[in-house]
Design a protein around this ligand. Structure first.
Ligand code: CA
Length: 657
C-alpha cells in the first residue's frame, strides 16, 4: 500500500515537471458500485483492475457548438466528460484529422476533428481523471477499410518525405498535448488500416509510415501504448496476415486493436479466437477499439442511421433497447477480459446525438456550420464520391448512450456495473421478431406464442395476440410472392412477425450454398475431369456457390445431377433449374422429372457463352402420396475442341396446385 503511494507521488511529480500547464485533476471515476440501477448486468468475473473502459467522444465539441446540452443522472446540466467518468469510463478516444477544412475554412464535418479539438477534449478528459486515446487517421477526413486518403498537404510527397511529415505531425501534436498536461494513454497509428494507410497500399510503405509515427510516440509519451487498428475480425485470417507483415517489417507497436460491431463483425466466439491468436502468436496486447449498439430503432435527427428496425441485412443478437445496448457492451467486455492480453473495450461515439428536434432543415444548418453531422457539403472537394454525395447528420444517434435531449441512458452505468454485477430479477425487455415463410399453396398459421427477450438476454415463450383479420390472411394468399409485417402484443410489449409468402422449394441445398453437393447426387457417365461444387460469386446465379463442370477430352462431359424427394404432399409440381457454360459442341442438355423412377417430363436446355444463363422448367409433375420424385439435369456435350464447361445453380421444386 505504502509503496504504491510513493510510486504515485513520483508519477505526479514527473507529470508536473514535463507539462507546461498543470491540470487540476478531479478524479470522479467511482471505485465502488453505483447502487439503485434498474439495468440488469451480469458480473464479468476476473475483470483486471486497469481494464480500459473507453468512450470515443470525438464529436462533443461540434455538438456543443450546435447547441447540444448534456446532463447527469440527477438531471442537471454537467460537463459530459464528468458524467462519463462518473459512470466508469476511464479513457476518452478522439480522432485527429490533419486539416478537415476547405480553402475557405469551411469544416468537412464529422466533428471537424482537427488537432485543436483533440487538445480541448484531452484537457477535459484529463480533468476528470481519464486518459486520452489519440486516433490519428493521417488523413484530412474519415479513414476506414474502404478509404485511406492522403492529406492534401502531403499529396505530392515521396514516401520518405511523407514519413518525415507524418513523424513531425505526430511529434508536434503530442508535444502540444504534453504542454497542456494531457494524460495520453494510447496512440493509434491510423484508423482501420486493413488495406491502406495515408494513401499507401504497399506494406513496406505502410510499415515505414507506422514506424515514423511510432517513433514520435516513443519520444514524446514513452509510457503510452502504440496501437494498430483493424476492422472485420470475421474475415478469416485477415488479422493474422496483417500481424505477420507487421512483424516481417519490424513495426514497433504494443496493441492490436479491433473494431467490433456485433451486427456486422461475426460472433463473439470468433472475435475471441482471433484476438487470442494474435496475443499468443505475436505476444501483443489486444482490445476492442470500437463497438456500439442501438438502444432504439428510431432515427432522431432526420438523417438515416446505419442500423434501424428496417435493416434486414444485420445480425440482431439483442433487441434495440437500452438494456440490449448494455448487454452488448457487457458481453464484449466479458469476451475481451477473458482473452489473453485483453486490455479493454472502447465504445464508439456514445455522445453523438441529434443537434435539434424540429426539422431536417434546422439540423442541416447546424451540420453545415459546426460540422456536427457525419459530413458537410464542403467535404465534396476532398471526398466527392462519398461525403460529397451523401453528406448529412449522425448515422449513429440511435446508438448513443444519451437520449435526444442529452440525458444519459441507464445503459451508461454498464461500465461501472460490470465490475460488480447487478443481477436483479430479469424482466421482459422486448419481444423477438418472429420470422415465417409460407407456401402460397399451403396454409398460413401464425404461432400462438413468441419469444420474450428478458433483460438477462435469455428468451422465454409468452402468448401473443396478432392484429390480423381473416380478410388480411386471404389477401396474403392472393397477393403472390411478397413479404408482410404483422404486429401484435405479447406480455404488454409490441410483437412483430415478418411473414414471407413464397413458392416453397421442396429441394434441399437447392443453390449448393451448403458448399457441398449433398443431398444432390451425380451419375458421371463420361468421367468428367471436374464435377464439383465451386465457391465463386461471379459464376453463381445467386449466392456464392454453384455446381461446376469441365473436361478437356471430347465426349467426357456426360452426367446427370439430381435430387430425390420423398414424402411430398400429393399434388402437382414444377421443377426449374439454371445452367450456363460454353464449348459444348454437339450437346444434349435437358432438365427432367421422374416419379417412382418413371420419367414424366423433360425440357431441353442449352449452354452458349459465359454469363448467359438458361433457366427452364418441367411443368405438371403429378405426385400421389408416398411416391418418390427425382428431379435433375442431364448434360451431354461432345465438346468443341478443348472440351465443354459450365455452371449449374438454383434447382426449384415448387407446388403448382
Ligand atoms: Ca440519424
Amino acid at each position: 500500500m505504502k509503496k504504491r503511494w510513493i510510486a504515485m507521488l513520483l508519477v505526479t511529480a514527473l507529470l508536473t515537471a514535463c507539462a507546461g500547464t498543470k491540470i487540476d485533476v478531479e478524479n470522479v471515476i467511482p471505485t465502488e458500485k453505483i447502487e439503485g440501477s434498474s439495468l440488469y448486468v451480469k458480473k464479468v468475473e476476473d475483470l483486471p483492475d486497469g481494464f480500459i473502459m473507453g468512450m470515443d467522444a470525438s464529436s462533443v465539441i461540434a455538438e456543443e457548438q450546435s447547441g447540444v446540452k448534456y446532463y447527469n443522472f440527477a438531471g442537471e446540466e454537467q460537463d459530459v466528460f464528468k458524467t462519463l467518468a462518473e459512470n466508469g469510463i476511464t479513457h476518452i478516444r478522439v480522432r485527429v484529422w490533419n486539416h478537415p477544412y476547405d480553402a475557405n475554412g469551411n469544416g468537412y464535418g464529422g466533428g471537424n476533428n482537427d488537432f485543436e479539438k483533440a487538445i480541448e477534449i484531452g484537457k477535459r478528459a484529463t480533468k476528470y481523471g481519464m486518459q486520452l486515446i489519440v486516433d490519428f487517421h493521417y488523413s484530412d477526413f474519415w479513414a476506414d477499410p474502404g478509404k485511406q486518403m492522403v492529406p492534401l498537404a502531403w499529396k505530392d510527397m515521396s514516401i520518405s518525405e511523407k514519413s518525415d511529415a507524418l513523424y513531425a505531425f505526430t511529434r508536434d501534436s503530442l508535444n502540444a498535448m504534453k504542454q497542456e498536461g494531457i494524460a495520453v494513454g494510447m496512440v493509434q497509428l491510423g484508423n482501420e488500416t486493413n488495406t491502406e494507410l495515408c494513401g499507401e497500399s504497399h506494406f513496406e510503405n505502410i510499415a515505414k509510415l507506422m514506424n515514423a509515427g511510432g517513433k514520435a510516440v516513443r519520444e514524446v509519451y514513452p509510457n503510452a501504448l502504440i496501437a494498430v487498428h483493424l476492422a472485420n475480425p470475421e474475415r478469416s485470417g485477415a488479422y493474422d496476415g496483417f500481424a505477420q507483415r507487421l512483424e516481417a517489417f519490424d513495426v514497433d507497436y504494443d496493441v492490436l486493436a479491433s473494431s467490433y460491431y456485433p451486427y456486422w463483425h461475426g460472433t463473439l466466439e470468433n472475435l475471441s479466437n482471433v484476438l487470442n491468436g494474435i496475443a499468443e502468436k505475436y505476444g501483443k496486447k489486444v482490445m476492442v477499439m470500437e463497438t456500439s449498439y442501438a438502444y432504439t430503432g428510431v432515427d432522431t435527427d432526420f438523417s438515416g442511421n446505419t442500423i434501424s428496425d428496417e435493416t434486414s441485412t444485420i445480425v440482431k443478437d439483442y433487441p434495440f433497447t437500452v438494456q440490449g445496448q448494455a448487454n452488448n457492451v457487457r458481453n464484449v467486455i466479458d469476451t475481451v477480459a477473458h482473452v489473453k492480453n485483453g486490455i479493454g473495450v472502447v465504445y464508439w461515439e456514445g455522445t453523438w446525438i441529434t443537434v435539434g428536434t424540429s426539422s431536417w432543415e434546422e439540423n442541416h444548418e447546424k451540420w453545415e456550420k459546426y460540422g456536427s453531422g457525419w459530413a458537410s457539403s464542403y467535404a465534396s472537394v476532398y471526398d466527392p464520391d462519398d461525403a460529397g454525395r451523401y453528406y448529412g447528420g449522425s448515422a449513429v444517434d440511435n446508438q448513443a448512450m444519451f437520449d435526444p435531449e442529452g440525458k444519459p441512458l441507464e445503459s451508461l452505468r454498464v461500465w461501472n456495473l460490470v465490475r460488480y454485477g447487478n443481477e436483479i430479477d430479469p424482466v421482459a425487455d422486448a419481444i423477438a421478431d418472429t420470422v415465417l415463410a409460407f407456401d402460397l399453396k399451403g396454409t398460413i398459421t401464425l404461432p400462438e406464442t413468441v419469444n420474450a427477450v428478458l433483460s438477462s438476454n435469455e428468451q422465454k415463450a409468452v402468448p401473443v395476440e396478432w392484429n390480423v383479420t381473416e380478410a388480411d390472411i386471404e389477401a396474403m394468399y392472393q397477393g403472390g410472392v411478397k413479404t408482410y409485417e404483422i404486429t401484435g402484443t405479447a406480455d404488454g410489449l409490441p410483437a412483430r412477425a415478418i411473414v414471407s409468402m413464397i413458392n416453397f422449394n421442396y429441394l434441399q441445398n437447392f443453390g449448393f450454398e451448403d458448399g457441398t453437393l449433398d443431398p444432390w447426387q451425380t451419375e458421371d457417365r463420361g468421367g468428367a475431369d471436374q464435377l464439383y461444387v465451386e465457391e465463386k460469386v461471379t459464376d453463381s446465379l445467386n449466392g456464392v456457390f454453384h455446381a461446376h463442370f469441365w473436361s478437356a477430352k471430347q465426349d467426357s462431359v456426360d452426367f446427370s445431377l439430381f435430387q430425390e424427394v420423398k414424402d411430398l404432399p400429393a399434388g402437382k409440381y414444377s421443377f426449374t433449374i439454371s445452367i450456363m457454360g460454353g464449348d459444348a459442341g454437339d450437346a444434349q442438355i435437358f432438365c427432367y422429372a421422374l416419379v417412382d423412377g418413371v420419367e414424366v417430363g423433360r425440357t431441353p436446355m442449352k449452354i452458349t457463352s459465359y454469363g448467359e444463363w438458361d433457366t427452364e422448367t418441367v411443368h405438371g409433375i403429378e405426385v400421389q402420396a408416398g411416391q418418390t420424385v427425382t428431379v435433375g439435369i442431364s448434360v451431354k456435350c461432345a465438346g468443341a475442341g478443348s472440351g465443354a464447361w459450365g455452371k449449374i445453380d438454383d434447382g426449384l421444386l415448387n407446388s403448382e396446385s
